[in-house]
Design a protein around this ligand. Structure first.
Ligand SMILES: *[C@@H]1O[C@H](CO)[C@@H](O)[C@H](O)[C@H]1NC(C)=O
Ligand SMILES: *[C@@H]1O[C@H](CO)[C@@H](O)[C@H](O)[C@H]1NC(C)=O
Ligand SMILES: *[C@@H]1O[C@H](CO)[C@@H](O)[C@H](O)[C@H]1NC(C)=O
Ligand SMILES: *[C@@H]1O[C@H](CO)[C@@H](O)[C@H](O)[C@H]1NC(C)=O
Ligand SMILES: *[C@@H]1O[C@H](CO)[C@@H](O)[C@H](O)[C@H]1NC(C)=O
Length: 468
């Protein structure tokens, strides 16, 4: 008996410290007002249930567009430290996440994880060494570019869908959310949850344009009269169903006993198509909160000490790398921009940061920083500057003139109605100094001209590595 007890006691710490499975789900272009817990008109029962039983992250910041946010998730460094600070990578561009940055899956593999990715990459593909298969993923099914047809997998004249490095054609007519869910479930069924920890990175195509969804999902929103909004909302419900199917598979295979699920958008909603960010100001592509304050939550059956509440502590997309790596038993590099937020996420402790940089973009000549309650915007925040109402009132681009510096108190004024720069010149100066300090550490943006060598006609009609 004594022997048994001792054995159990010595085994216990080992058993409870087994590195957890990590499922990192990224929604593409999901607006603040486009999930059930912010908007009653949205039908997202699976996401609602996970969010309400987990921790809703209410101050989880991302970059204004796709590639830069994915860069943060993958490296823990701000895009102005990797050259990806200006806009998203376009298909013909030899732009990429530089290969001297170690990715999160590479680090997790060193710790014994199996690593799988299903969905959108958008961190460069002009050379094989920049693609997911060579950046830490045991398997990859998905596409290299930022957007494409949800059924045909084509974008500007080329086909873009692979399984590992091989061009792959999912079943004819299958919708992307189904393809991604079904591959994710195949991975879940193939991995033994007790043998090795798993990192499953699921950057969905949903709900980026083009606006496409099977009729059955659109029908849920029959009472919305604007076609684009109806389709976009249907796309969100398709994503929700996919997440529901994936979490059921995780549960029935026994992963949930020791798993952390992260859900985040990559940027705010493009309200100029059909997304909505109310009550926040601005949209995808802008430095306003509507472009950068992302919908996010974490969920776990077992790992979170405090759950079922809304956490308002400051987090940034760069924080996931050190947070997840530390949780997995690893150690982030010193000097990384991200900080370990596990105490905040799991237990509601105060944020490990008091400052973050929204972006520094020398091409757009703008920047923004948050220090404590204050946000300073330098230059133009972008082209979408209003509080876009729900469709049918779609926003038109207004190139408003803004003062060179705008200051907002985000705690008191989260919707950015009141520029208080004139009242607080001392605060403006202090935040300017912080931006200028960070600027001295920036690398130049890698935003080259389109390269004709990228043309899919050189690669059998496929967007393909091999031209840089
Ligand atoms: C559609 O119905 C939902 C659910 O009943 C409701 O919350 C929403 O406000 C309605 N939308 C419109 C545009 O009437
Ligand atoms: C990667 O290389 C760039 C350019 O030489 C350098 O600025 C950066 O610090 C390097 N980053 C890492 C993480 O090694
Ligand atoms: C992709 O790689 C994974 C892991 O090595 C493997 O299980 C899978 O069969 C590969 N798929 C194809 C189509 O080669
Ligand atoms: C979810 O699973 C159900 C039952 O297998 C299936 O009918 C449905 O198409 C799946 N949905 C998605 C988005 O994968
Ligand atoms: C979450 O953020 C929204 C938008 O800024 C704000 O309206 C809401 O009050 C916040 N929730 C909490 C609990 O602070």
């Amino acid at each position: 008996m004594l022997f048994v007890t001792l054995t159990l006691l010595t085994l216990l710490p080992y058993v409870t410290c087994k590195p957890p499975h990590i499922i990192f789900i990224v929604a593409d272009d999901l607006g603040w007002n486009d999930v059930g817990w912010h908007n009653d008109a949205m039908y997202t029962p699976n996401l609602d249930k996970l969010a309400s039983n987990g921790v809703i992250l209410n101050s989880s910041y991302v970059q204004p567009v796709c590639s830069p946010s994915r860069n943060c998730f993958m490296t823990g460094y701000y895009p102005f430290h990797t050259g990806l600070q200006h806009s998203a990578i376009i298909p013909e561009q030899a732009a990429y996440l530089p290969s001297n940055f170690t990715t999160l899956p590479q680090k997790l593999k060193e710790l014994g994880y199996v690593t799988h990715m299903v969905g959108k990459w958008h961190l460069g593909f002009c050379n094989w060494k920049f693609t997911p298969t060579y950046r830490g993923f045991d398997s990859f099914m998905g596409y290299y570019n930022g957007a494409e047809d949800y059924y045909e997998h084509t974008i500007v004249g080329g086909y873009d869908f692979r399984f590992n490095t091989t061009v792959f054609h999912p079943s004819k007519g299958e919708y992307s959310a189904h393809t991604i869910a079904s591959r994710a479930i195949d991975v879940i069924n193939a991995v033994d949850p007790d043998a090795q920890p798993m990192y499953l990175y699921l950057p969905f195509q949903s709900v980026h344009e083009p606006l496409e969804v099977p009729e059955s999902f659109e029908r849920i929103y029959a009472n919305i009269s604007t076609k684009s909004r109806r389709t976009y909302c249907g796309m969100i419900s398709a994503l929700d169903e996919a997440v529901g199917n994936i979490t059921s598979a995780l549960r029935s295979r026994g992963f949930m006993n020791n798993a952390l699920l992260v859900f985040t958008t990559d940027n705010g909603g493009p309200s100029y198509t059909a997304a909505n960010n109310l009550p926040l100001r601005g949209a995808k592509t802008t430095l306003w909160e509507g472009g950068t304050k992302g919908v996010a939550f974490v969920y776990s059956d077992t790992l979170l000490k405090k759950t079922k509440y809304t956490n308002t502590e400051m987090m940034h997309a760069v924080d996931w790398f050190p947070t997840l790596l530390t949780l997995a038993g690893g150690k982030p590099d010193a000097g990384m921009d991200g900080v370990n937020q596990w105490a905040t996420v799991s237990n509601g402790a105060p944020s490990a940061r008091t400052e973050f940089v929204y972006n520094i973009d020398e091409i757009d000549k703008n920047a923004a920083i948050r220090v404590g309650q204050y946000k300073l915007i330098e230059g133009s925040p972008g082209a979408f500057n209003g509080w876009t109402p729900l469709p049918p009132m779609l926003e038109t681009v207004v190139n408003e003139m803004f003062p060179p510096y705008q200051l907002f108190d985000i705690d008191a004024d989260p919707t950015e109605h009141f520029d208080i720069a004139d009242q607080h010149p001392d605060v403006v100066k202090r935040l300017q100094d912080r931006i200028n300090f960070h600027r001295t550490t920036a690398v130049p943006a890698n935003y080259p001209l389109p390269d004709p060598a990228s043309n899919p006609k050189h690669f059998g009609g496929n967007w393909s590595p091999g031209w840089c």
